[in-house]
Design a protein around this ligand. Structure first.
Ligand code: NAD
Ligand code: UGA
Length: 460
């Protein structure tokens, strides 16, 4: 048994997680491998493939010492007794379960690669998010290998992008699920030992494999459900004259509810919430739990509705037409502090605006390259610029879709002067100073904020 660790999949999960392990476990060699040569080249260069606060410094400090990136998975599997699997598990786009089920082809290919390259007993750690009972399938594939013993452990990751390093260094908990057998428990202990290098033991929870797999899906579903709940209330606020930020604040003071994840916005984005809920819906349906499936599907439907609502508000406020009007899109990333645009609400909202023949000027401090790829081939007039002042020049409206600090500190008097009048501002993140912008002269609309035509008695 050696202490080397390999991670298959050098993405948003594999890269940061292994960099943090390299920092706290100097006595271990960490090998991160991927089939994507371009991605590995980027990990080995000055321009890492992902933006994450604190990641650059960490990788540059440990790379070449005890942290290595390569495409040679065979060598890494042979050199390491502990193998984390952090490959992508997107929503299936074809065949049975298309649009709902997890596409497990990358995960299965990894299992087969491990079986083929293994030269001794291994602990295989599911780091990616998977349907419950996937560990059984992994065990089934690995058990074809008669010579060696494999333990499959579930160790889901709860980090959020934009705060990945902080979340990894100070997690609320680390969850490790294993079989309740002597070998299974021993394997769980070996994984717990890795985290114990920096995480207090009482925060390292151990459960059975299925609880661990389901907890990951359940946690994401609960978080996304809070966002859809607050966004559903934002629609009611706009009709009734209530203010969603006041409602969220007052509700969140109830300790049983708590203040986190009650920020209304353009709907949740990111690579996981939608994918994981759809996977949950598919799983429930496959167990015949139709009512449970319908309940969770509604979380995704409300998310889509929030984006359609935003477009309706823009159209209604701008005299029912945006054709040939220039709209400055402030922010394309799915949240602040990341360059990631996967499932970003900005994609759907830009598509809808382009369908209305708007001209778009998109600005974002970190996500412009991805934005260009996301909108590639889409018919319409789109420019991309890193300069928000340039984006706003001659624009009819600004639409804030990502809550970057940068957008909060811009000189809005200067922006107002170069915009066409009336100058509209739709703050879909409620992150700007509404009072100040209205004073400057903007026709300002937030999300879940009373509009001028709402009345005290509407709905009665
Ligand atoms: P990603 O797409 O950024 O990275 C996955 C990587 O795996 C890719 O670089 C891909 O080339 C590589 N890969 C695929 N098949 C491979 C193979 N056979 N051998 C070697 N490499 C292979 O995905 P991600 O965002 O890092 O997510 C990975 C998993 O982690 C998903 O299941 C996701 O749900 C889960 N997760 C992600 C986050 C997040 O914040 N992104 C958080 C928690 C959990
Ligand atoms: C989320 C979870 O928070 C992580 O715990 C989980 O590990 C991860 O998914 C995953 O499995 O991939 P992430 O998607 O990176 O992390 O980012 P979040 O901070 O959760 O934000 C997700 C989306 O919800 C963003 O678009 C964000 O703007 C939106 N959001 C979040 C709101 O609209 N309101 C809120 O109050 C919070």
């Amino acid at each position: 048994m050696n202490k080397n660790i390999c991670c298959i999949g050098a993405g948003y999960i594999g890269g940061p997680t292994m960099a943090v392990i390299a920092k706290y476990c100097p006595d271990r060699t960490i090998m991160v491998v991927d089939i994507n040569q371009k991605r590995i080249d980027a990990w080995n260069s000055d321009h890492l493939p992902i933006y994450e606060p604190g990641l650059d410094e960490l990788v540059k400090k440990y790379r070449g010492k005890n942290l290595f990136f390569s495409t040679n998975s065979v060598e890494a599997i042979k050199a390491c007794d502990i193998i984390f699997v952090g490959v992508n598990t997107p929503t299936k786009t074809f065949g049975r379960g298309a649009g709902y089920a997890s596409d497990l082809q990358y995960w299965e290919a990894t299992a087969r690669n491990i079986a083929a390259a293994a030269n001794g007993d291994k602990i295989v750690v599911e780091k990616c998010t998977l349907p419950v009972r996937t560990a059984t399938a992994m065990e089934r594939i690995l058990s074809e290998h008669k010579e060696y013993h494999f333990d499959v452990i579930s160790n889901p990751e709860f980090l959020a992008e934009g705060s990945a390093i902080r979340d990894l260094e100070q997690p609320d908990r680390v969850l490790i699920g294993g079989h309740q057998t002597p070998e299974g428990l021993k394997a769980v202990e070996r994984i717990a030992d890795i985290y114990a290098a920096w995480v207090p033991r009482e925060k390292i929870l151990t459960t059975n494999v299925w609880s661990s797999e389901l907890t990951k899906l359940a946690a994401n579903a609960m978080l996304a459900q809070r966002i859809s709940s607050i966004n559903a209330f934002s629609a009611l606020c706009e009709e009734t004259g209530a203010d969603i930020d006041e409602v969220a604040m007052a509700m969140g003071l109830d300790k049983r509810i708590g203040p986190a994840f009650l920020k209304s916005g353009p709907g949740f984005g990111g690579s996981c919430f939608k994918k994981d809920i759809l996977n949950l819906v598919y799983m429930c349906e496959s167990y015949g739990l139709q009512k449970v499936a319908d309940y969770w599907r509604q979380v995704v439907l409300i998310n889509d509705y929030q984006q359609e609502r935003l477009l309706s508000n823009i159209l209604k406020t701008m005299f029912n037409t945006v054709a040939n009007k220039k709209i400055a899109i402030f922010g394309f990333a799915f949240k602040a502090n990341t360059g990631d645009t996967r499932e970003s609400p900005a994609i759907a909202i830009c598509h809808m605006l382009l369908e209305e023949h708007a001209q778009l000027a998109i600005t974002d401090p970190k996500a412009l390259t991805h934005a260009q790829e996301d909108l590639k081939g889409y018919p319409g007039n789109i420019v991309f610029t890193a300069d928000p002042y340039e984006a706003a020049k001659d624009a009819d409206a600004i639409v804030v879709l990502t809550e970057w600090d940068l957008f909060k500190t811009l000189d809005y008097e200067r922006i107002f002067k170069v915009m066409r009048k009336p100058a509209f501002c739709f703050d879909a993140r409620n992150c700007l100073d509404a009072v100040k912008l209205k004073q400057i002269g903007f026709q300002f609309r937030g999300i879940g904020k009373p509009s001028s035509d709402s009345t005290e008695t509407a709905g009665h």
